[in-house]
Design a protein around this ligand. Structure first.
Ligand code: HDE
Length: 695
């Protein structure tokens, strides 16, 4: 058979295979399919067989290579922070910080440094849901001119444990229980609360994790924290202690727990989708990097040990100074190559940034390198583009699995006599702060780490009444999932040291008949002043920008009103999504076709920050018969959302059992009132509806 005969046969087989299957013909100009070795592939639809119905032949190298590669596509997921989502962007330095640090990134006003950021949950596996109650990772890789700087933080400024040696225990305890393999991405189970109730140092972090901080509305509306105390070093080696904080430009926002549960069902990728949509539509999220800078005198005078990662320095005591902004403006081209393969490491610091002796940080500096070898499989993981520095670099590390950069020449060591290869430079390289370190080898927790309750109490007392109620509800829910009564009681004993009325409420709702004694505390508890900076509600936005309105419409919807609403939202920097009885959309009053983003069953109101019912009387009467439409309104009301309703929507409100005059969060929408409604949505929720009242 000649080559052209073969090609003809190939065309026929592709058009209609011998078995009658139809195959797509390749569009004009398509690149030919090849094997990984570059060999052109004639048939990618059928394995090589002995006869049409015969056994497959092992000779089929294309089939073997294709399946071999597929079988090895997965790499181990991260042992913690497995579920994450990343984006590219840049960091802009506001002004020189040369007074404090010689780090190149902080030398020049207006300096732009490329970054890659990965947000994550901690406990769940890669395929788990976004709205788990959990801390969120906030890891930033700055590609500076003097090497990569990884600020691997969380959205909570403190941690569960004081010493890295306890990390495997806390993580084992929160992960699915090993005998039964569940629950997934949840702390509401015995093992977690058993460990916590036996670990008093975790109490401060527990208050944060039970607060709404652990169920953020979006990555875009959460703070980030470096947690540990670090050091900045100036050109002369002078050290200043520093804590790193990220403040979101759009303010803080979380969802309610009863909402989180439903969001997980309606859209398990809620946070991913939010970031994807925001960046895709050009609404680039932004944070300010703020520093809490202090010296040894401040550290000596501060009431807690600045090396203790279960403590924070209240912003009212030490004001964070904004030093630059982070903007995320580009999604990865390939999730696996970038978000999955990115390797963050706390030990990646450029000259001018150094570590403190925080025992958690010291342990992390060991763990992050170790874990990359397991996950990425080769010491050459820095050859992967997302991990490679973007500044010039040169070293003698070589060979190993999958080495992609293979230097030429004779010298693979230094010093050498061949005038080849790089040399170290004491004038530019990273120097450690010459902290004196001497002492007997021992396994001891410092006395200065002993107060486990005072800052937990301060956090609770800094919350608004609504937020305090949410913390109590979260504790009650989580502990109600513990099957072992003694664990619940031990937790109540700890809560007695944090806030007695809170302990009482939790004990009552759990049905604990006799109040336990308060847990032992190694040191007397202190009453610290409230810190308003710790409240989400007090640090919300003053605009509806970046938020989303869900608009329920029907055929005959008032086109002018809809346009007005859309314009008002656009003006505010917010967006709108249309929810309709059918995904095919509706025909508006002016005959125009309005496409829908969701049908009612697929677009529950938990997906939106506020809702509007723009309906005709006939449409509302029809929707009133449908449970998902009634739930749409009922849920919005139960979640304290602002609800706008056109005159025609009355029947649906009535069917949902909602009195339009119930409160000021239910707003009549008529021509000319859209801007007023959008402005009314700025507080995001009408918390007084929940019965807690405002502070
Ligand atoms: Fe991590 N942590 N961690 N952690 N961590 C990891 O490194 C570890 C801690 C944080 O998006 C792992 O590459 C130890 C605190 C984030 O890729 C691992 C201790 C904080 C991420 C690891 C801590 C974090 C990780 C797993 C106690 C907030 C995800 C995969 C001493 C300041 C980064 C990996 C990403 C990931 C170890 C505690 C934040 C195993 C031993 C405190 C955001 O190395």
């Amino acid at each position: 058979m000649t080559k052209s005969d073969r090609a003809r046969l190939h065309d026929q087989t592709l058009a209609r295979g011998p078995g009658g299957t139809l195959h797509q013909t390749a569009p004009e100009g398509t690149q030919p399919l090849t094997t990984a070795q570059g060999g052109p592939v004639a048939d990618d639809q059928n394995t090589l067989k002995a006869g049409a119905r015969g056994p497959a032949l092992i000779e089929d190298f294309h089939f073997r290579e294709k399946l071999f590669h597929f079988d090895h596509e997965r790499i181990p997921e991260r042992v913690v922070h497995a579920r994450g989502y990343g984006a590219h962007g840049y960091f802009e330095t506001y002004d020189t910080l040369s007074e404090y640090t010689c780090a190149d990134i902080f030398q020049r006003a207006g300096e732009i440094t490329p970054v890659f950021v990965r947000f994550s949950t901690v406990a769940g596996s890669k395929g788990s849901v976004d709205l788990a109650r959990d801390a969120r990772g906030f890891a930033v890789k700055f590609y500076t001119q003097e090497g990569n700087w990884d600020l691997v933080g969380n959205n909570i400024p403190v941690f569960f444990i004081q010493d890295a040696i306890k990390f495997p225990d806390i993580i084992h305890a929160v992960k699915p229980e090993p005998d039964r393999g569940f629950p997934q991405a949840q702390s509401a189970h015995d093992n977690f609360w058993d460990f916590i109730s036996l670990t008093p140092e975790s109490m401060h972090m527990i208050m944060w994790v039970m607060s709404d901080r652990a169920i953020p509305r979006s990555f875009r509306f959460m703070e980030g924290f470096g947690v540990h105390t670090f050091r900045l070093l100036d050109a002369q080696g002078k050290s200043t202690f520093v804590k790193f904080l990220w403040k979101p430009k759009l303010g803080l926002q979380s969802v309610m727990w009863s909402e989180a549960v439903k969001i997980n069902g309606a859209d398990p990728d809620f946070h991913r989708r939010d970031l994807w949509n925001a960046i895709g539509s050009g609404d680039f999220p932004e944070w300010e990097l703020c520093l809490q800078l202090f010296d040894q005198d401040f550290a000596d005078g501060f009431e807690f040990d600045i090396l203790d990662p279960t403590k924070l320095i209240p912003e009212e005591i030490l004001k964070p100074v904004p030093v630059g902004r982070l903007v995320l403006d580009r999604m990865p081209d390939n999730f696996f190559a970038e978000t999955e393969q990115v390797a963050f490491m706390t030990q990646n610091v450029p000259p001018g940034i150094d570590f403190s002796d925080d025992p958690l940080l010291q342990g992390r500096n060991f763990s992050y390198l170790d874990t990359q070898l397991k996950r990425l499989g080769s010491p050459n993981f820095t050859h992967i583009p997302i991990n490679a520095p973007k500044c010039p670099f040169a070293h003698f590390q070589r060979d190993g699995h999958m080495a992609m950069r293979n230097p030429k020449g004779r010298a693979n060591y230094q010093p050498n006599s061949w005038q080849e290869g790089p040399r170290e430079d004491p004038a530019r390289g990273h120097l450690s702060h010459a902290t004196p370190a001497d002492g007997p080898k021992q396994r001891l927790r410092p006395e200065s780490f002993a107060d486990h309750y005072s800052q937990a109490r301060q956090f609770y007392q800094s919350q608004t009444a609504t937020e305090q109620n949410h913390i109590a509800d979260a504790l009650i829910f989580e502990l109600s999932k513990c099957e072992t009564p003694v664990i619940r009681e031990r937790m109540v004993a700890h809560l007695l040291n944090i806030d007695a009325p809170l302990a009482g409420k939790v004990a009552d709702r759990l049905g604990i008949a006799a109040m336990p004694e308060p847990a032992d505390s190694a040191v007397p508890l202190r009453d610290l002043p409230a810190s308003p900076a710790l409240s989400i509600e007090r640090n919300g936005p003053d605009s509806f920008a970046g938020r989303k309105l869900g608009v329920l419409v029907c055929d005959g919807v008032d086109a002018t009103l809809l346009q007005e609403l859309s314009d008002a939202l656009h003006e505010e920097g917010a967006t709108l999504e249309i929810v309709a009885p059918k995904i095919g959309g509706v025909t508006a009053s002016d005959g125009s076709r309005i496409p829908a983003m969701h049908m009612v069953e697929g677009g529950p109101s938990v997906l939106f920050d506020a809702v509007a019912l723009v309906l005709t009387a006939e449409g509302a009467a029809r929707l009133a018969q449908e449970a998902p439409a009634r739930d749409f309104v009922r849920d919005a009301f139960a979640h304290c959302k602002f609800i706008a309703h056109s005159p025609g929507a009355a029947a649906l409100l009535k069917a949902a059992g909602i009195d339009p005059a119930a409160d000021e969060g239910i707003i009549a929408l008529e021509p000319g009132t859209s801007a007023g409604f959008v402005a009314a949505c700025r507080p995001l929720r009408l918390w007084s509806r929940e019965g807690a009242g405002k502070p």
